[in-house]
Design a protein around this ligand. Sequence first.
Ligand code: A5P
Length: 235
Amino acid sequence: MMMTELVADLRTQAAWQALHEVRSGMVLGLGTGRTAIAFIRLLAGKMHSAELSDIRAVPTSDETAALASELDIPLTALDEHQQLDLVVDSADDVDPSLNLIKGLGRALLREKIVAIHARRFLVIVDESKLVQRLGERNPLPVEIVPFEVGAHVRWLNTLGCRAELWLEENGAPVVTDNSNYLARCWFPGGISDPYLLAAELAKRPGIVEHGIFLDMVDQVIVAGEDGIRKLERYR
Ligand code: A5P
């Protein structure tokens, strides 16, 4: 099996495991990205075969909303359900404390909004996402307002990272579902104190949200070549 096929297969295995957590009647949060797409497709299959019924879901991106609609998964909103029974999403980095970097699929703001309404937040990943330190392999995405965008990126560069505005191949800024821009921040050796960094980012006008998810996850399902592992965080 080619490496890309293997990872795709691991994503599907993690998604299958997550499906065991879904019960009829649940209100779900649906993540964004390739692993979340695998889960959404499997979920739709179970709904079509009537093994699961009366499911509604809050999507974390326009892309996820479009896929769910196409697959006849009924959508709902937080105005209707302030608590979601289960949110299933993936991540870019998972550290040993089960803190995350998310957002390289460009959906971090809605993902975080949906995740804080979860009774149970389940993250599904292939084992390549496990890191010792957040940011040691991937940049941290940060959602910023377009107004005076250069000033936000310059400030991000004072935080011990190399920050750049995230651009499309044609040179235009990446625009999120919320009509904001994204910066990517590379921290040499990773982020030494994610709590401190998250607090700094939260204080700064112009920074809408960032991809560090701290103390939010209940369980991470990790699919690896040696099988499935379930990592629990006890609140
Ligand atoms: C989306 O914005 C991200 O947070 C995704 O959860 C993350 O990028 C993982 O995506 P893949 O499943 O595509 O690796």
